[in-house]
Design a protein around this ligand. Structure first.
Ligand code: NAD
Length: 253
């Protein structure tokens, strides 16, 4: 079987757990060499070890996407180790706390925007010039169905993910002529620690949403990772600026 990312050099943020970990494993399975980046060291090391245990090539680097210096160092490290940067998955994100806008705190809102929106901006800012210098590349930003529709109680998260889609479309326009494709993936309800935390903060929210959503089940991180691999592969060579839902029909109704 051909491997769609054979020989590609990739970095993935937020890869210590959940969707990012699944993406690291899927990228390696597809033939890519991967830098696993996360602020959480033990989980990041574990992801890299899991990739190597399956015969892939992966290395962990601690990176807090709230830090421009960390993100610049991540891109530089990837290029130093692999000689180039072909693919980037800007996936690190936090959900924030649940509260209506009138009762939420400015600091808590700013924190979500700093990680989810400015974090993606910092990654794009560092990655795009490297990809231009390398002659092209493919980037996938992890947005959410909350980048397409509202979600009561999650205004900072919703605003951040709408912003991620805006950054994605703009970067796609600006860099298409340089051979760089920039897309977003919009997961629906995916079985990860993030969803567990939301369920703990608002018991019953998951089953209530699933009851009115077409497929009526959670998605798996692997189902999102498969879409990210496709978006980064040459099979998606004419796809850019797109926000691809992987949501079991969440935004259809
Ligand atoms: P998760 O909590 O399992 O994983 C998120 C990872 O991001 C963690 O490893 C965490 O350490 C890392 N991270 C957090 N802040 C960071 C920072 N400042 N710098 C670097 N890394 C940081 O959650 P997940 O569900 O795998 O989420 C991955 C992405 O998918 C997020 O952007 C999230 O918003 C998005 N998403 C998730 C769902 C879902 O239902 N789980 C749905 C839509 C979108």
């Amino acid at each position: 079987m051909t491997r769609p990312l054979e020989g590609k050099a990739a970095l993935i943020t937020g890869a210590a757990a959940g969707i990012g970990r699944a993406a690291a494993l899927a990228f390696a399975h597809a033939g890519a060499r991967v830098i696993v980046a996360d602020v959480e060291v033990a989980g990041g090391e574990a992801t890299a070890a899991l990739v190597r245990a399956t015969g892939g090539e992966a290395y962990f680097l601690r990176c807090d996407v709230r830090s421009s210096a960390d993100v610049e160092a991540l891109v530089a490290h990837t290029v130093e180790r692999f000689g180039r940067l072909d693919c980037a998955v800007n996936n690190a994100g936090i959900e924030g706390t649940i509260a209506p806008i009138g009762e939420s705190l400015e600091e808590a809102t700013a924190r979500v925007l700093d990680v989810n929106l400015m974090g993606v901006w910092r990654c794009l800012h560092a990655e795009l010039p490297r990809m231009v210098a390398g002659g092209g590349g493919a980037i996938v930003n992890t947005a959410s169905v909350a980048g397409l529709v509202g979600a009561g109680g999650l205004a900072p998260y919703v605003a951040s993910k709408h912003g991620v889609i805006g950054l994605t479309k703009t970067a796609a326009l600006e860099y298409a002529a340089s051979g760089i494709r920039v897309n977003a993936v919009c997961p629906g309800l995916i079985q990860t620690a993030m969803l567990d935390r939301l369920e703990a903060a608002s018991p019953g929210v998951t089953s209530a949403l699933l009851a009115v959503k077409p497929m009526g089940r959670l998605g798996s991180p692997d189902e999102v990772a498969a879409a990210v691999v496709w978006l980064c592969s040459d099979a998606a060579s004419f796809t850019t600026g797109h926000a691809l839902t992987v949501d079991g029909g969440y935004v259809v109704p």
